[in-house]
Ligand binder design. Structure first.
Ligand code: ADP
Ligand code: MG
Length: 717
C-alpha cells in the first residue's frame, strides 16, 4: 500500500482546468446562471399559452388539484424547452422509501416508421409513468404479483435539466404511488402534511385576527455536513466503497484537537470543487448561502437559502447528488455517511424549519407589535407542545444505523429530544407560566393584557450547539438529522405534530372567544396551561453531559439510543391516531415504513459485518502474519510474542463475527427482533474485530498494512 500511497496521483492530476466538463467559468455572473436549467415560472410564463399559464399558477398558489387538461400544453412547452437545452431523454424522478432518489430514463424520440425519429412527449407522459418498480421496498404494501406502482407529476416542484458530458436529461419531480392509492414514497406524505399544517395554521390565524392569509407554507433550509477525501484512498478502502464508512482505522496522532480546521481557510482544490458544485446547483435553481470548514479535518458544510418544504426537500436530494458527482471531477470523494471515521466528529444535517403565510409573514418571527408577539407565542407554544408529546416519533423519524454512531454516543446531539429556547424566550414562557402576563408595568417583558409588549429580541442572543432542537431567532432548528438523510420524513412529522398542537390550542381559544373574552385575555391562560404541561422538554444546559442524562430520565423524557429502540414509536397508537386524523399516513402506510426501516437497518449492519469480517480475514490478518514472520526472522522474540497475541485476538474475534453473521444464528421471524440481534450481537462482534485490528495497525510495518490510515485520508487535501 505504501507503494501506491507514495504515488498519490489523483491530487496531482487535478488542475484548475482539468474538470471533465471543462473548466468552471468562475467569472460568469451568477444571475445569468441561476435557474438556467429550471423550467421555472418565468420560463413557463414565456412559453405557455397565456390562459394555460394563468390556470397553472392559480392552482399551484391555492394548492388545488391540477386540471389535467392543461397537461398537454405544459408537456409540449416543456419538451421544446428541454430539447433546446440538449435533452434527449426525460425521467420521472421519485423518492422511494430507501431515502434515495430513483429515476428511469425514457427517450423523447420514437421511430416514425420512415427511418426517422420524432420527439414525442405527451401530457399523459408528463402526468404519469409506470416504472418497473417491483424491487423498491414497500414494506408489504405491494405483493410482487401486484407489483405495479406509478409515478405522478408534482407540478409544485419545478422540472429541471441534469447535464452530463454526453447529453442532458429532463427531470420531472414525481410522487410514487401504488395502484391502490397508497404512498410508496416520501414525497406524498410530506405534501399531505404541508396541507394539514396549512389548514390548521390558517384556522388559528383567523382566530388570532389575521384575515388575509389564505395558505401557510412550511419552510426548510438544511445545513449539510460532509467529508471530502482523495479518491485514491477511497478506492483503496473496501469498507468506504461498500459501506460509506471506515470499519477499521486507529486514531491518528493528530485529530481535531488543535481546532485548526474549523472555519479555517479552505484548501484550494476543495474550494474549486465547492465553487463548481455551487455553480451546478445554481443552474438548478438551488441557492447556496454559506460554506465553511467543519470541526473534523476534511469536513465541510454547505447551506442553501430556505424554500418551501417540498421544493426544499427535492433540492436537498439533488444537492447531495450534485455534491457527489462534482467531487469526482476533482479527484475527490464526497462522503455523506453520518460517521465515516470513528473517533472523529461525524456529519449531521440541521433542519431549519418554520411556517410562513402566503402574504409573506414568518409565523415564528417574534415581530414588532404586541399583536405579532401574541401570534408568535401561540405558534411557539404549539411547537413546544408538539415536540414534547411526540418526542419518540421525532426520534424515530431520524433513526438509521449511521445515526446510531452519533446520537446516544458521545457526540451531539443526544438521543434525548429536548428544546432549547434561549434565555430570553425561556424567560417569557416562564413569566407566562407564572401568570405574570396580566401585569401592566410598561417595562415588564409581557404586558400582554395592556398591549405594551416590547418587541422580543429577534435573536435570543445565546446559542446552544448541543441542543437537538433549538429556537434560532425566527425558526426552529432540528439538529439531529443524519447527513445522508432525506428531509422528507422528519419534516412530515414536524408539520403533522405541529398541526395537531395548533388545532388543540385553537380549540381552547375558540371556546374562550365564544364565551365573549377578548383575544388578549383569552390567550395567556391557554399558553400558560400548555407551557406548564410541556415545559419538561425545555432544556438550556449542556446536552452532552452525564447530568443531563440523569435529569432527563427524572423528567420522564425518552432516551432512545439505537434505531431498534426508536422504530416502535413509528407505529404506536399515538402516532397512528395522529397520522390518520390528519390524513398524512394510513395505518398500512405507517406499517410499511416501519417494516422498510427495520429491514434496512438489518441489511445495512449485515453488509458492514460481512465487509468487516472479509477485510479482517483476507487483508489484515495476512498482513499481520507477514509482519510476525519478519519479527521471527529477525529474532525479535519479545515483539513477535506481542504480535502473536494480537493476531490470536484478531483471529478469535473474526471467528466470533463470522458466527454472528451466519443466517441460521439470526432471528428471521420479525424485522425488529432481527434488528435487536444486530444491535446486541453483531455490532459488538464487529467492535471486537476492530479493536484487535486497530491495535495491530499500530504495530505492523507500514509498508505491509494494506489500508490507508486515518492520518493520510484525513490530512491530505
Ligand atoms: P443560523 O446561523 O441560525 O444557523 P443561518 O442564517 O445561517 O442561521 O441559516 C441557516 C439555515 O437556516 C439556512 O439554510 C437558512 O436558509 C435557513 N433558514 C433561515 N430562515 C429560515 C426559515 N424561516 N425557515 C426555514 N429555514 C430557514
Ligand atoms: Mg445553524
Amino acid at each position: 500500500m505504501a507503494r501506491l500511497r507514495q504515488q498519490n496521483v489523483s491530487a496531482a492530476q487535478w488542475a484548475p482546468n482539468g474538470s471533465a466538463l471543462g473548466a468552471p467559468d468562475l467569472t460568469s455572473p451568477d444571475n445569468q446562471l441561476f435557474g438556467s436549467n429550471v423550467f421555472s415560472p418565468a420560463v413557463q410564463r414565456q412559453r405557455l399559452p397565456k390562459d394555460v399559464f394563468r390556470m397553472l399558477s392559480k392552482t399551484l398558489a391555492k394548492g388545488e388539484a391540477l386540471d389535467t387538461s392543461l397537461a398537454d400544453a405544459v408537456a409540449l412547452a416543456m419538451k421544446e424547452w428541454a430539447l433546446e437545452k440538449g435533452a434527449t431523454h426525460y425521467t420521472h424522478m421519485f423518492q422511494p422509501l430507501t431515502g434515495l432518489t430513483a429515476e428511469k430514463h425514457d427517450s423523447f424520440f420514437g421511430p416514425t416508421g420512415e427511418g426517422t425519429a420524432l420527439a414525442e412527449f405527451s401530457g399523459k407522459e408528463l402526468i404519469q409513468a409506470e416504472p418497473d418498480a417491483s424491487s423498491f421496498p414497500t414494506g408489504g404494501i405491494r405483493a410482487t404479483f401486484e407489483a405495479r406502482g406509478y409515478t405522478a407529476w408534482d407540478p409544485t416542484s419545478p422540472a429541471f435539466i441534469l447535464e452530463n458530458p454526453n447529453g442532458a436529461l429532463l427531470c420531472i419531480p414525481t410522487a410514487f404511488v401504488s395502484w391502490t392509492g397508497e404512498a410508496l414514497d416520501h414525497k406524498i406524505p410530506l405534501l399531505r402534511s404541508m396541507d394539514a399544517l396549512s389548514k390548521s395554521a390558517v384556522r388559528a390565524l383567523k382566530l388570532l385576527g389575521n384575515k388575509t392569509a389564505g395558505r401557510v407554507f412550511t419552510t426548510v433550509g438544511a445545513e449539510q455536513e460532509y467529508f471530502l477525501i482523495d479518491q485514491q484512498y477511497y478506492f483503496e478502502r473496501p469498507d468506504l466503497v461498500t459501506c460509506g464508512r471506515t470499519l477499521f482505522g486507529a486514531k491518528p496522532p493528530k485529530g481535531h484537537e488543535l481546532d485548526d480546521h474549523y472555519f479555517g481557510s479552505i484548501p484550494e482544490r476543495v474550494l474549486a470543487c465547492m465553487l463548481d458544485t455551487e455553480k451546478e446547483l445554481a443552474k438548478l435553481g438551488i441557492p447556496i448561502k454559506t460554506r465553511h470548514n467543519e470541526v473534523a479535518p476534511a469536513q465541510y458544510e454547505v447551506a442553501p437559502i430556505f424554500e418551501n418544504s417540498n421544493v426544499g426537500s427535492d433540492h436537498q436530494q439533488l444537492t447531495m447528488q450534485i455534491m457527489q458527482n462534482v467531487a469526482r471531477r476533482y479527484g475527490l470523494i464526497c462522503l455523506l455517511h453520518e460517521k465515516p471515521f470513528a473517533g472523529v466528529n461525524g456529519s449531521g444535517k440541521h433542519n431549519n424549519w418554520s411556517m410562513g403565510t402566503d402574504d409573506g409573514e414568518n409565523l415564528l418571527d417574534p415581530g414588532e407589535t404586541p399583536h405579532e408577539n401574541l401570534q408568535f407565542l401561540f405558534f411557539c407554544a404549539a411547537v413546544i407542545q408538539a415536540v414534547n408529546k411526540h418526542q419518540g416519533l421525532l426520534r424515530a423519524s431520524i433513526a438509521s444505523p449511521g445515526q446510531d454512531h452519533r446520537l446516544g454516543a458521545n457526540e451531539a446531539p443526544p438521543a434525548i429530544i429536548s428544546i432549547f429556547l434561549g434565555a430570553e424566550l425561556e424567560k417569557v414562557f416562564d413569566a407566562i407560566e407564572e401568570g405574570e402576563t396580566a401585569e401592566s408595568t410598561p417595562e415588564s417583558f409581557l404586558g400582554l393584557g395592556t398591549a405594551v409588549l416590547p418587541p422580543l429580541p429577534l435573536h435570543g442572543g445565546d446559542r446552544n450547539r448541543t441542543s437537538p432542537f433549538a429556537f434560532t431567532g425566527n425558526k426552529f432548528e432540528f439538529r439531529a438529522l443524519g447527513s445522508s438523510m432525506s428531509l422528507s420524513l422528519p419534516n412530515t412529522v414536524l408539520n403533522t405534530i405541529v398541526a395537531e398542537a395548533v388545532d388543540y390550542l385553537s380549540e381552547e381559544l375558540e371556546d374562550a372567544l365564544s364565551d365573549g373574552e377578548s383575544l388578549e385575555a383569552a390567550l395567556p391562560p391557554i399558553l400558560q396551561r400548555s407551557y406548564a404541561a410541556n415545559k419538561q422538554i425545555v432544556f438550556g444546559g449542556d446536552n452532552y453531559s452525564d447530568e443531563w442524562h440523569t435529569e432527563a430520565e427524572q423528567r420522564g423524557l425518552l432516551n432512545l439510543r439505537a434505531t431498534p429502540d426508536a422504530l416502535p414509536y413509528l407505529i404506536d397508537d399515538q402516532t397512528t391516531t395522529l397520522f390518520s386524523n390528519y390524513g398524512v399516513l394510513s395505518e398500512r402506510e405507517l406499517e410499511s415504513r416501519y417494516e422498510v426501516f427495520a429491514e434496512q437497518y438489518v441489511t445495512k449492519i449485515n453488509i458492514e459485518a460481512e465487509t468487516a469480517s472479509s477485510i479482517a480475514k483476507t487483508m489484515l490478518l495476512p498482513a499481520a502474519a507477514r509482519h510476525l514472520a519478519l519479527l521471527n526472522d529477525a529474532g525479535l522474540a519479545e515483539l513477535a510474542s506481542e504480535a502473536h497475541e494480537l493476531i490470536k485476538e484478531l483471529d478469535f474475534a473474526i471467528k466470533a463475527l463470522e458466527k454472528a453473521n451466519l443466517a441460521e444464528e439470526q432471528p428471521h421471524d420479525d424485522a425488529l427482533n432481527h434488528g435487536e440481534y444486530m444491535r446486541d450481537v453483531v455490532i459488538p462482534a464487529m467492535a471486537d474485530v476492530r479493536e484487535a485490528a486497530d491495535k495491530l495497525e499500530k504495530l505492523v510495518a507500514d509498508d505491509l498494512w494494506p489500508l490507508p490510515k486515518y492520518s493520510e485520508i484525513l490530512f491530505i487535501k
